[in-house]
Design a protein around this ligand. Structure first.
Ligand code: S3P
Length: 450
């Protein structure tokens, strides 16, 4: 769990050049899903390359609380002995999902159609985030929920004893909501249909198929229509978790803004529902290339090479690309500060309900470091200062948000003056090796209270 310990103030000072190989950890989205689907299969699912960040470790604990056996063999190798669809036991205690919206929303879905009751809580960030987006569709299955005002955690979910399948159009672009409905649909008889108007990350669909569920996806005029047949027997899998493109974003962007840099980030998934940032950076004129492009486990994968890019231009980021780079806008806004001209990011209302209000958090921190930012409810724009023009020298608040903290540490690598964050402790939720990995490339990040 994050946000319960002592804050860790951090400062990032200008780096000479970032060079070398950055082996980023496993994908967070796929790691959560490996544990949850492993727990819903019968038998042993073997996972390698699991992200051992706090978010995922909280999901592992939760799966144990629901009756699965979860074993950590060390070195990213894990086993999950699942209890089967509909086999969850009632947890004896409150489930604490820490900082993780993905964890809590997917687990709520996974238990919602079993005749058990569970109470969920999280840290100060998670307990502010909206859960009605998940409990509303779960109610259609017959699931009951009671939480705090505004549909916030802590919240108790009473699983449907006699669930019915549902047809649901997701009102916001959210893979978490889509996935919660699909996971609930696993234990409902008949066909559950989820429709999304904008395609979001499709790891749940791919993995459900991999575990042997009957699931189809069709692109129609209504949007993407996903149909799942309930009550399958999920077969345990051997899963090699690919490296996380959302974590790769940090060393990649750091290299683009730090003079003299040349960094290789190997083995990054370029699933089209996740890779939007890299295409946006290329559109800005970044020296970012995909080497050794290949298919791994059915997913397109490449080694990313990022070099210092002094000629980047501000652009209008296509709003239809938002879902495929939703977690990357904070660090993109840092790169935009080092570009020439304005970068406009529209169609991004969802940024306001992440681990923090990411538009507000980034705008405040960027302004503290001399950058001009304008914002509206669902858009924001950043005025670039050019490759040598970012002053820095400010302290940003991280608002219990790992990606805000890492984005400002990246900014300090290229800025004229050091950039600080009040609390870097949330970095451990998704990228526990961020500091040593960046140090190895040549970054200067220090913990200020040590
Ligand atoms: C995730 C979905 C996205 C993303 C989050 C991970 C997932 O959230 O921001 O970091 O694994 O399904 P939303 O579903 O809220 O867009």
């Amino acid at each position: 769990m994050s946000g319960h310990g002592t804050p860790i103030p951090m400062t990032s000072r200008r780096a000479n050049a970032l060079t070398g190989v950055a082996e980023v950890p496993g994908d967070k989205s796929i790691s959560h899903r490996s544990l949850i689907l492993g727990a819903m299969a019968i038998g042993e699912t073997k996972i390698s390359g699991l992200l051992e960040g706090e978010d995922v470790l909280d999901t592992a604990k939760a799966m144990q609380a629901f009756g699965a056996e979860v074993i950590n063999h060390g070195g990213g190798e894990w086993s999950v002995f699942g209890v089967g669809v509909g086999g969850f036991a009632e947890p004896e205690n409150v489930i604490d999902c820490g900082n993780s919206g993905t964890g809590v929303r997917l687990i709520m879905g996974a238990m919602a159609t079993s005749p058990i009751t569970a109470t969920f809580t999280g840290d100060a960030s998670l307990n502010k985030r909206p859960m009605a987006r998940v409990t509303d569709p779960l109610a259609l299955f017959g699931t009951q929920s009671v939480g705090r005002s505004g549909g916030r955690l802590p919240m108790t979910i009473i699983g449907a004893a006699d669930p019915v399948p549902v047809r649901y159009t997701v009102p916001v672009p959210s893979a978490q909501v889509k996935s919660a409905v699909l996971l609930a649909g696993l234990n409902a008889p008949g066909k559950t249909v989820v429709i999304e108007k904008e395609a979001t990350r499709d790891h749940s669909e791919r993995m459900l198929a991999g575990f042997g569920a009957e699931i189809t996806t069709e692109d129609t005029e209504e949007g993407r229509v996903i149909t799942l047949t309930g009550r399958p027997e999920l077969k345990p899998q051997v899963i090699a978790v690919p490296r996380d493109p959302s974590s790769a974003a940090f060393p990649v962007c750091a290299a683009l803004i730090t003079p003299g840099s040349d960094v290789l980030v190997p083995g990054i998934g370029l699933n089209p529902t996740r890779a939007g940032l890299f295409y946006t950076l290329q559109d800005m004129g970044a020296d970012l290339t995909f080497e050794n492009e290949r298919l791994e486990g059915g997913e397109p994968v490449a080694d990313l090479r990022a070099k210092f890019s002094p000629n980047m231009k501000g652009i209008e980021v296509p709003p239809e690309r938002a879902a495929s780079m939703i977690d990357e806008y904070p660090v993109l806004s840092v790169v935009a500060s080092f570009a020439t001209g304005t970068t406009m990011m529209a169609g991004v209302k969802e940024l306001r309900v992440k681990e923090s209000d990411r538009i507000d958090a980034m705008a405040k921190g960027l302004r503290a470091n001399g950058i001009t930012v304008e914002e509206g409810e669902d858009w924001w724009s950043v005025e670039g200062c050019g490759p040598e023009g970012v002053k820095g020298g400010g302290t940003a608040q991280s608002f219990l948000d790992h990606r805000i903290a890492m984005s400002f540490m990246v900014m300090g690598m290229g800025a004229q003056n050091p950039v600080s964050v009040d609390d870097g402790s949330p970095i451990a939720t998704s990228f526990p090796i961020f500091e040593p990995l960046m140090a190895k490339l040549g970054a200067h990040i220090s913990r200020d209270n040590h």
